[in-house]
Design a binder for this molecule. Structure first.
Ligand SMILES: [Zn+2]
Length: 489
């Protein structure tokens, strides 16, 4: 397909792109609600691995947890959900419900990318191209996220923020990276909120890894390692813990022999697909998170936040994935993920003969996916204290930290490098929230894109990644738009 940057450059400034630089006292509120599907009432297809994995029970509850933060007029609700991913359509529904009651609140919804929960994207139903989405569950879910955000805002009260980070070598060892370049994102960031008397309110942890420790055979619903991470943090620091996943493309995984956690009870390495490994994993990252905001931690600061600046941009990312086009036309996404052309919805569907789908199939022909990127600054006393960049998918860490690499076999060997996200972030706490407000799949540097042989580095078979990516132009659309927001454009 001919590549066009025409629509990728069509950037619309969101009407809510508010700028609040009026100094005011920081307020915080936190709320949480379970979103565990009822596995006895309906068939619940579990997301993340193969088709037709039906849930047989619940090990631990799934949650939506929202942290509201405000300085004066503008208010932010950061919500994390224990799900594989949510599309922009659902986030817009959540926002409409919140805005009806609280037009001053900007909501961000990020998925943990849980591989042991329900299918909220449609890709893991009874068979390929048969949706695993339960529309009734999705309606309940959207409503629960919205009401939880509103609850957190209703609980806003004066608060103090402590920021911490850790770059412990262990954090990189907990990320199995299965595709070159072997760039990881080990950086752990923590935001801890207390009330003015020092009582714990909330601890937000931002780190990068696929929650899939229980692997592909498990049929009990669980939040995977974030469940134990949050429990550990709550037991040690009090308050409510939240987990926001980061840059997990490439793909950074908890599975595999590289990720070796020693079980102190047995003296042996905890195995993949065991509850013990997920527990040890959550406890280990939880311990580093607690230490990062400990009074003795070197990278800890008490941050006197007096303004929160929120910039949002709606963008259009060209789609090149035939599977997504056919899936959309067949209703796999249950009406979500509609395509756009020249900035307008484009519902056109044609019949196409595609051998990889067994012959004639319906095919959505629109040019782009509509999505959004956000950039948030926390400022105090005229200083930039911390930042959050939201990314609508699973971004390859080399796009965040640098290290994009040209390899023989690439489909676009001369493609220019996309801008590195953290090179545009200038605070000591440059947080990246992945799968935020959307899930476009993998976000891959164009010069590493490889959907045609020969394969990168002359490998005998295709590398994993492109099949779950919207296309080679997404990385450029996302990173350039974020860098523009960072530069105030
Ligand atoms: Zn993934």
């Amino acid at each position: 397909m001919g590549l066009s940057l025409r629509t990728a450059a069509l950037l619309i400034l969101f009407p809510a792109a508010a700028t609040n630089l009026v100094a005011a006292d920081l307020e915080a509120g936190v709320a949480k609600t379970t979103i565990t599907p009822d596995v006895t009432a309906n068939k619940v297809y579990m997301a993340g691995f193969g088709n037709n994995r039906v849930a047989t029970g619940v090990h631990d509850d799934l949650w939506v947890r929202c942290l509201a933060l405000a300085t004066g007029r503008d208010k932010l609700a950061l919500c994390d959900v224990d799900l594989i991913g949510l599309f922009y359509d659902d986030v817009l529904k959540v926002r409409a419900q919140v805005k009806a009651e609280r037009p001053d609140v900007t909501v961000i919804v990020a998925s943990a990318h849980d591989h042991e929960g329900p299918d909220t994207m449609g890709l893991w139903g009874p068979a390929p191209l048969q949706s695993g989405i339960d529309p009734a569950y999705m309606d309940t879910l959207d409503n629960r996220i919205a009401t939880t955000a509103l609850m957190a805002v209703a609980l806003l009260k004066r608060a103090r923020l402590v920021l911490g980070r850790d770059d412990h070598p262990l954090l990189a060892l907990l990320q199995d990276d299965s595709r070159p370049p072997y760039v990881k994102d080990p950086h752990l960031f923590v935001m801890r909120l207390t009330d003015l008397h020092g009582a714990a309110m909330a601890t937000l942890v931002n780190w990068s890894d696929h929650p899939e420790t229980l692997d592909s055979k498990n049929t009990l619903i669980t939040a995977d390692f974030p469940h134990w991470l949050r429990e550990y943090v709550e037991q040690h620091d009090g308050g409510t813990a939240l987990f926001f996943n980061g840059s997990i493309g490439g793909l950074l995984s908890t599975l595999g022999d590289q990720v070796a956690l020693l079980d102190p009870d047995t003296g042996e390495v905890a195995r993949d697909a065991t509850w013990r490994k997920a527990e040890l994993f959550g406890d280990t990252v939880g311990d580093l998170a607690v230490r990062a905001v400990d009074v003795n931690a070197g990278a800890r600061i008490e941050a006197p936040v007096d303004s929160i600046l929120i910039r949002q941009k709606v963008i259009f990312a060209p789609i090149e994935n035939d599977g997504f086009r056919v899936g959309g036309a067949l209703g796999v996404f249950r009406g979500r993920k509609g395509l756009w052309t020249d900035g307008r919805p484009d519902p056109t569907i044609e019949q196409r003969d595609l051998p990889q789908f067994g012959g004639k199939v319906p095919y959505a022909t629109g040019h782009d996916l509509q999505t959004e990127v956000d950039y948030i600054q926390f400022r105090g006393g005229g200083r930039l204290l911390a930042e959050i960049a939201t990314v609508p998918g699973e971004i390859y860490p080399e796009l965040v930290n640098g290290g994009i690499t040209r390899y023989p076999g690439a489909d676009y060997p001369d493609a220019p490098f996309e801008p590195t996200l953290r090179a545009g972030m200038h605070s000591p706490y440059p947080m990246v929230f992945g799968l935020a407000n959307d899930e476009l799949g993998y976000i891959i540097p164009k010069c590493e894109w490889d959907s045609k042989p020969p394969w990168l580095l002359n490998r005998k078979s295709r590398w994993y990644g492109e099949v779950n990516s919207a296309g080679p132009e997404v990385a450029g659309a996302v990173t350039r738009s974020l860098r523009e927001l960072m530069e105030g454009q």
